[in-house]
Design a protein around this ligand. Structure first.
Ligand code: CUA
Length: 345
């Protein structure tokens, strides 16, 4: 490189440009990293199931290959810019009809795309586990998830447990529009279609509580259609199943007892079921063990008495467009209902 070039680069606009580019690159990388690690969101780089693990491996392989392509292009570009820069003493030469170059730059991208294709197809095939028979069915509703355990004889909503290190097989259905079942740290998205049963299979490999969500736009509250996917030890799972199989427990506190007596007199049973009571509705979530769940309204809010009260007072305020109607009740009765529901562990 000529001395004049060095002098030009070391001072003036070039230096400022290089510095700006460096700062911009650093900020962009930091923003990407922060977005990936933002609290509360599922981190797909930390898989808890085999499907997500294979998808992460594929994503890393593709990132490495494409980064190498990008780096090569940048280096070649820099070489061309530096070597071919304007010099008063030289004239640009024209190149055309170079068959060798034409062949090389056709073959290289074809090879890269073929490698990406093989990696992707291999991963897709290995994610599709053999069918061990569905353990339960997940049903998409506007806008909540139902989990139906026909063999065990119970239904629950928006929170489901599975044992660690055992293959999970879930049948997926929908009662209204197309939803999509997605636990990002377990595996890929699978559509829940009305009138057609899909399946999702993976092996949970790490205990923990994972956020699941609907991944297909399904109407006004698509963004608040979430659930908790809890991976536990075999013993904890059996205890959870055993508890879910029990009918609703009898209320004990005075307020809860009053709430329990109140509930058959209002319209809740038209949509909700509480096993062991007269409430047998199937349109809304089964509330038999509502008090034991960590979220309400498809995990829109944490399950606290204050949040439940706010939800009962105006469901449309919490989840505009949701199918839960506002039932006007005096505050005392609302509080009694809250006390009763929170006791249904
Ligand atoms: Cu259900 Cu989006």
């Amino acid at each position: 490189m000529s001395r004049r070039y060095h002098e030009r680069f070391r001072s003036g606009p070039w230096k400022r440009f290089a510095r700006c580019a460096l700062v911009l690159c650093t900020v962009a990388c930091a923003a990407l990293l922060l977005a990936a690690c933002a609290g509360g969101q599922p981190d797909v780089l930390r898989p808890g199931g085999t499907g997500a693990e294979q998808i992460r491996t594929l994503a890393l392989q593709i990132t490495i290959i494409l980064s190498a392509v990008l780096l090569t292009v940048w280096v070649l570009l820099a070489v061309v810019i530096i070597k071919g820069r304007h010099r008063p003493e030289s004239k640009a030469s024209q190149t055309r009809g170079n068959i060798g170059i034409e062949i090389v730059w056709t073959i290289i991208p074809a090879v890269i795309v073929t490698v990406l294709l093989i990696l992707t197809v291999r991963t897709t095939l290995s994610i599709a586990l053999p069918d061990p028979g569905a353990q339960f069915t997940a049903v998409g509703h506007q806008w909540w998830f139902e989990f139906d355990f026909p063999k065990e004889g119970f239904k629950t909503a928006n929170e489901v447990y599975v044992p660690v290190d055992r293959p999970v097989s879930i049948d997926l259905k929908s009662t209204d529009v197309i939803h999509s079942f997605w636990v990002p740290q377990m595996g890929g998205k699978v559509d829940m279609n009305p009138g057609h049963v899909n399946h999702v299979r993976f092996v949970p490999i790490k205990t923990g509580t994972y956020l699941g969500e609907c991944a297909e736009f399904c109407g006004m509250q698509h963004g608040r259609m979430r659930f908790l996917f809890v991976v536990t030890t075999a013993a904890e799972y059996s205890a959870w199943v055993h508890n879910q199989q029990q009918p609703a427990r009898q209320p004990t506190g005075a307020e809860a007892v009053a709430g329990g007596q109140l509930i058959p007199t209002i319209a809740c049973g038209g949509c909700h079921a509480i096993r062991g009571t007269a409430m047998k509705g199937t349109f809304g979530p089964d509330l038999t063990h509502f008090g034991g769940r960590r979220g309400i309204a498809a995990y829109s809010l944490l399950n606290t008495p204050q949040n439940l009260l706010a939800w009962l007072q105006d469901p449309q305020k919490v989840k505009p467009g949701c199918k839960m109607p506002l039932i006007p009740l005096p505050l005392l009765e609302q509080q009694q209902l809250v006390a009763y529901l929170e006791e249904l562990k």
